[in-house]
Design a binder for this molecule. Structure first.
Ligand SMILES: [Cu+2]
Length: 114
């Protein structure tokens, strides 16, 4: 009986260790953009080491990402996207970078209605 309890403890410990090891986090946040060129630009900006998944949805403006939390943070991904000209929930792209985007990508003009 004692050894049975002991193996239960070991098993529980192993499960706990495995749960701790999984450092991949999935999240999504809003990224402003218009077209498929925006999509390519946004996804390319976050395709770095530690990011295993990145897909931007043109109609919902949501970017889904999966990344390794030991090497990447959600904020750093949003900053990378802002750096290529796309506003995110937390970070705004610099005007000079935004103005250099192709005309079809100038999403801020489309936001004047609200
Ligand atoms: Cu575009």
């Amino acid at each position: 009986m004692k050894s049975f309890l002991f193996s239960l403890v070991i098993l529980a410990g192993a499960c706990f260790a495995m749960a701790q090891e999984s450092s991949v986090q999935e999240t999504q946040f809003k990224v402003f953009g218009n077209c498929n060129m925006c999509k390519a630009r946004i996804e390319k900006a976050v395709k770095i080491d530690g990011v295993s998944y990145a897909k931007w949805n043109k109609s919902s403006k949501m970017l889904k990402v999966a990344f390794d939390t030991t090497t990447v943070t959600g904020d750093s991904l949003q900053q990378r996207i802002a750096a290529v000209g796309h506003d995110t929930e937390k970070f705004k792209a610099q005007d000079s970078v935004y103005e250099d985007l192709p005309g079809c990508c100038l999403y801020r003009d489309n936001a004047t209605t609200h």
